[in-house]
Ligand binder design. Structure first.
Ligand code: NAP
Length: 257
C-alpha cells in the first residue's frame, strides 16, 4: 500500500517490513533516527511496549497508551495511533453512523482493542471488553472511560461468553489474533450465535473473508473486514509521514492485488 502510494505521488520513500524480537525493540526504536527513517509502523505485539521509548505521544496514542505509528521529528520520536481512525473508517464504510449508540462487545484487550474501545466509546456505544485476563479487559475499559466523558464501558472475562451474551450486542468485534493462521479459532459460541441484524467486525486482515466473517455473513449479519481498517490506518499514517493527502484508491488497489 505505502510503496504504491509513494510511487503514485513521486515520493522518494520506501516502506520495508522488519521483524523485531521483543528483546530488541528498544535498540530498534532508538536506531530509527540514526538510520534516517521518516517513521515506522508498530504492530502486534509491540504497540504498548514502544510507549516508554518515545519522546512523546500525540492524540489518540496518548488516550489509548498504544502506538501503531511513529514519526521521526527533529531527532525525537512522536507516537501516534492511527488504528482509531482505521476503526472509524471501516465502520463508516460498512455501516455508517447507524451503529452509533448501539451496544458492542470487544474480544481482546491488547493494543488493537484499545483503539477499538476508544473509537466505539466516541460513538456513544455502551461497550463490554472481554478477555482471558479480566484485569487486562478492565484496563481497556478504564482507558475508554477516562478518555471519553460519559462513556459506558465495562469489562468481562472470556469465560462468560455464551449464546445469551452474544445476543446482547448489535456490534461484535474480534480484536484478538484468533483466526490468524496458526493461532487458533475464535470461540465457536461467538460465530454460532450471530443473527441477522448484528454487525461482526474482524480485525484479522490476512484475508477479507475470515472464517468468522464467512460464518457471520452466512447467518445474515453485516460484516466489516480488517482490511478496511488496515487501509484507514495506513492512509492516516501516510499523512503523518509525508504531510500529503493519501492516494486512498491507489492504496486500496495495492491492498487488493
Ligand atoms: P496484542 O496486543 O498482542 O493483543 C492480543 C489480544 O488478544 C490480547 O488481549 C490477548 O490476550 C488476546 N489473545 C491472544 N491469543 C488469544 C487466545 N488464544 N484466546 C483468547 N485471547 C487471545 O495484539 P493486537 O496488536 O491488539 O492485535 C490483535 C489483532 O488485531 C491481530 O490479529 C492484529 O493483526 C489485528 N489488528 C488489525 C488491524 C487492522 O488494521 N485490521 C490493526 C491492528 C491490529 P492475552 O493477553 O490473554 O494473551
Amino acid at each position: 500500500m505505502h510503496n504504491a502510494a509513494f510511487a503514485a505521488l513521486g515520493l522518494d520513500m520506501v516502506y520495508v517490513p522488519l521483524r523485531v524480537k521483543a528483546a530488541d525493540v528498544p535498540a530498534a526504536i532508538r536506531g530509527l533516527a540514526a538510520l534516517g527513517f521518516a517513521g515506522a509502523n508498530v504492530t502486534i505485539p509491540h504497540k504498548t511496549a514502544v510507549v516508554p521509548l518515545l519522546t512523546r505521544l500525540e492524540g489518540d496514542a496518548a488516550a489509548t497508551g498504544a502506538v501503531n505509528t511513529i514519526v521521526v521529528e527533529g531527532g525525537g520520536l512522536v507516537g501516534h495511533n492511527t488504528d482509531v481512525a482505521g476503526v472509524d473508517a471501516a465502520l463508516d464504510e460498512a455501516v455508517g453512523k447507524s451503529i452509533d449508540g448501539e451496544p458492542a462487545l470487544v474480544l481482546g484487550a491488547g493494543g488493537a482493542a484499545r483503539a477499538v474501545a476508544l473509537a466505539l466509546a466516541r460513538r456513544a456505544m455502551p461497550l463490554t471488553v472481554m478477555a482471558r485476563d479480566p484485569a487486562a479487559a478492565e484496563a481497556v475499559a478504564a482507558m475508554a472511560r477516562a478518555a471519553v466523558t460519559g462513556a459506558r464501558c465495562t469489562a468481562s472475562t472470556l469465560a462468560a461468553l455464551d449464546a445469551a451474551e452474544v445476543g446482547r450486542y448489535r456490534l461484535l468485534v474480534n480484536a484478538t489474533p484468533l483466526g490468524m493462521r496458526g493461532v487458533g479459532k475464535v470461540p465457536g459460541v461467538f460465530a454460532d450465535n450471530v443473527t441477522a441484524g448484528q454487525v461482526v467486525f474482524d480485525l484479522v486482515y490476512a484475508t477479507t473473508r475470515t472464517d468468522l466473517l464467512a460464518q457471520a455473513s452466512a447467518r445474515g449479519a453485516a460484516v466489516v473486514d480488517g482490511r478496511a481498517m488496515l487501509l484507514g490506518q495506513a492512509a492516516a499514517a501516510f499523512r503523518l509521514w509525508t504531510g500529503r493527502e493519501a492516494p486512498v484508491e491507489v492504496m486500496r488497489g495495492a491492498l487488493a492485488s
